[in-house]
Ligand binder design. Structure first.
Ligand code: ADP
Length: 502
């Protein structure tokens, strides 16, 4: 499909948005970048040009941080927690009222099927914001019954306050752009922080759309600043900025390590949600009617461009051939096409570079002796489409089984009647520890195996169960800290202990 044809299928509202002059949101104003630089944004389904966006650099980041600092000290800090709740809730309502347009822009920019965009923005955009809106009034400290300094009981009082950490730099990736923005904003705003958000250079559009909603809702100027820009300039400047108190980063493990070094200058706090190579472990008694769709979607959701993707399938030898063949059949039946088409189950990868990366891994898989069950090809024509690919007979010495591909490539290997620890050891043979799933009808095996998998979250008889209330994050090189739920607030708060001796 040509770029022009694709754009014709976009709604008038989306076309009107794309045609706008896309600037940076700093201190409540839409401003051009200091350097005048721009970023071209493309539709990965057609390779057509979608929009030109101001590209922020060091100077813009500095202006945004200053605006965020002023806002942190200003009106925002005087609002009651109820007022913060109402503003965050209102943002969720605005997003919901604009769900159709927000989803369409997400699909145009990122490529994901429209239904996936709608579902994810409704639950991890709107509901997620509402979940954290509710937390603003529930952030409490403790009273501590001690008598420091030798005073007698009843002669002193010690209590803790949980204060907002300050200015937060949020750096997010391209695989689910809008919800990544809300995942950072929700807890930061509930805690009373202010934010400089840097979307990924490939997908800045829905963050900018969110900026329009932020202005409509009436957040005080500078509470939310949005600066699209390149990782190595805007991202690096934010990570290194001496007046940023915390970085909340989602992206690759490689960049996560750079963020840590950059953050060392002022010892700002860092939370990292990084890569994964998550195992899905299927025992012989599992209900295959659940396993087949569950693991196939677990692997190929968002074309595998998903940190929680189940990319390693461990299946008991008694059912291995059956499972592999049925997963391959289901993967083959996925309809691949532009996200705006209601017939597409899977969209394109984000870029030519990403397609290249995935195809290099596919070549490595073939070379290493893994058996190609399905896929293994990029689709001809326009758009960065790659067929869902399943390799069987893989092992943990192979590069495709060890490294995060971030694309639609699933590696399957069998296990025998060894004890659970041995199966878990194989599943845990990874530098990552983000997610995992166990498939069995035996509750003892299910819970024991869930306990043995070294990951931040394990699902039983489903893969990647996520909810705003369920803590989410990784072990090992999958990250630092947890997002979501009560724990997701902690990194945005600092504790102050106060003691009075009467
Ligand atoms: P991916 O590999 O999936 O593109 P990245 O980790 O490269 O993911 O990118 C995630 C986010 O990190 C993006 O917003 C990107 O611009 C940003 N980024 C990339 N490099 C740096 C860097 N050196 N410092 C800070 N942010 C960066």
């Amino acid at each position: 499909m040509s770029a022009a044809a694709q754009n014709l299928t976009a709604s008038p509202a989306a076309r009107a948005f794309l045609a706008r002059d896309h600037r940076l949101l700093i201190g409540g104003q839409w401003v051009p970048s200091a350097s005048g630089e721009t970023i071209d944004v493309f539709d990965p389904a057609t390779e057509g040009h979608l929009a030109k966006v101001s590209g922020g650099g060091k100077e813009d980041i500095d202006r945004a941080v200053q605006a965020a600092r002023r806002a942190f000290r200003g009106e925002w800090s005087k609002l009651t927690s109820y007022e913060r709740t109402k503003l965050i809730w209102k943002l969720a309502d605005e997003l919901e009222a604009n769900l159709a347009l927000a989803s369409e822009l997400e699909t145009l920019d990122n490529g994901m099927p429209l239904m996936v965009a709608q579902y994810s923005i409704a639950s991890f955009g709107c509901d997620f914001l509402r979940y954290y809106a509710g937390w603003a009034t529930k952030i409490t400290g403790d009273t501590i019954p001690v008598s420091p300094g030798g005073v007698r009981n009843g002669e002193s009082l010690t209590y803790t306050r949980r204060e907002p950490i300050g200015v937060v730099g949020a750096i997010i990736p391209w695989n689910a752009p809008l919800i990544m923005a809300t995942l950072k904003l929700g807890p930061a705003l509930a805690a009373g922080c202010t934010v400089v958000l840097k979307p990924a250079e490939q997908t800045p559009l829905t963050a900018l759309f969110l900026g329009e909603l932020v202005k409509r809702v009436g957040f005080p100027d500078g509470v939310i600043n949005i600066v699209p820009g390149l990782g190595e300039s805007a991202g690096a400047a934010l990570a290194a900025h001496p007046d940023v108190d915390k970085i909340a980063f989602t992206g690759s493990t490689e960049v996560g390590k750079k963020i840590i070094s950059a953050a060392a200058g002022n010892l700002k706090r860092v939370t990292l949600e990084l890569g994964g190579k998550s195992p899905m472990v299927v025992f012989p008694d599992a209900d295959l009617e659940r396993v087949i769709p569950g693991v196939t979607r677990g692997a190929f959701f968002l074309q595998g461009q998903n940190c929680m993707a189940g990319t390693r399938l461990f299946v008991h030898q008694d059912i291995f051939d059956r499972v592999v063949s049925r997963v391959g059949d289901m993967a083959n039946k996925f309809r691949i096409g532009p996200g705006l088409s209601p017939d597409s189950d899977l969209g394109p990868l984000i870029s030519a570079e990403q397609r290249e990366r995935v195809m290099t891994y596919v070549a490595s898989g073939r070379k290493s002796g893994a058996e190609l069950v399905c896929g293994g090809e990029a689709m001809p024509g326009r758009g960065f489409f790659v067929k869902p690919t399943l390799f069987s007979k893989t092992n943990m010495d192979m590069q495709i089984a060890r490294e995060e591909i971030f694309g639609p490539v699933l590696c399957a290997q069998s296990f025998g009647d060894s004890d659970l620890q041995a199966v878990a050891d194989e599943a845990n043979k990874s530098i990552y520890g983000l997610s995992g799933s166990v498939w069995t009808r035996d509750i003892s095996v299910a819970h024991r195996m869930a306990g043995l998998i070294d990951a931040g979250q394990v699902s039983i008889n489903c893969h990647a169960a996520v909810d705003p209330a369920i803590p989410f994050g990784g072990n090992k090189q999958s990250g630092w800290g947890r997002e979501f739920g009560r724990e997701g607030l902690d990194p945005y708060l600092k504790t102050k202990a106060t003691t009075v001796i009467y």
